[in-house]
Write a protein that binds this ligand. Sequence first.
Ligand SMILES: [Fe+2]
Length: 205
Amino acid sequence: MTSGNRRPIRTFVPKFARQAWTALARLVAAWPRRQRVLAAEQLPAWARAGKRRRAHIRRVAALVEAWADEMKVSPQERGRWLKAVWLHDALRDAPRTRGTTHGGAAADRATQDGESDRGVLDAVRYHSFGYAGWDDVGRMLYLADFLEPGRRSRRKQRAKLAKRVPRDRDGVLRETVAQQVRSRLRAGKAIHPLTLEFWNSLAER
Ligand SMILES: [Fe+2]
């Protein structure tokens, strides 16, 4: 090889190595973030949830992930939403003592495990009723729990509502709570005071 040939190789190799290094660095930078998010995306070891329940939880998680992507929330916020999703029905199939709820039991157990995010704990604790003091975590969980595609009733209408969430979250929330309240009233069932308070916080005056 002549020295004239060597020069282009010498310039090409570092350029190639630099490009490969940049690509590798990008991959490595993305990896731990993905792993951190994944850590929140699983049922806790103490969960008591059957196969169908787990399938429901996975569908709720998929819906929340799709909304988080479309709403471009931060990875931290997305992680909070998903943490609440994986906790909310974790004790749904566990035996319960009178006067307790599966959401309350899961929130208490998560607290024992060191969970201290008020928004996540309140989301889990009150997901069956609604809660006027919720931040985004409780609101997104409530919506996804009700609008996930596996539920049998009013599939088409719920799919439409689910699609609308990223651009009109509060509007969809109002309609969803109204629907729940209406169907309980029609069935002659009581409205939980927390649900009523939640509805009043959303309704126009
Ligand atoms: Fe659920």
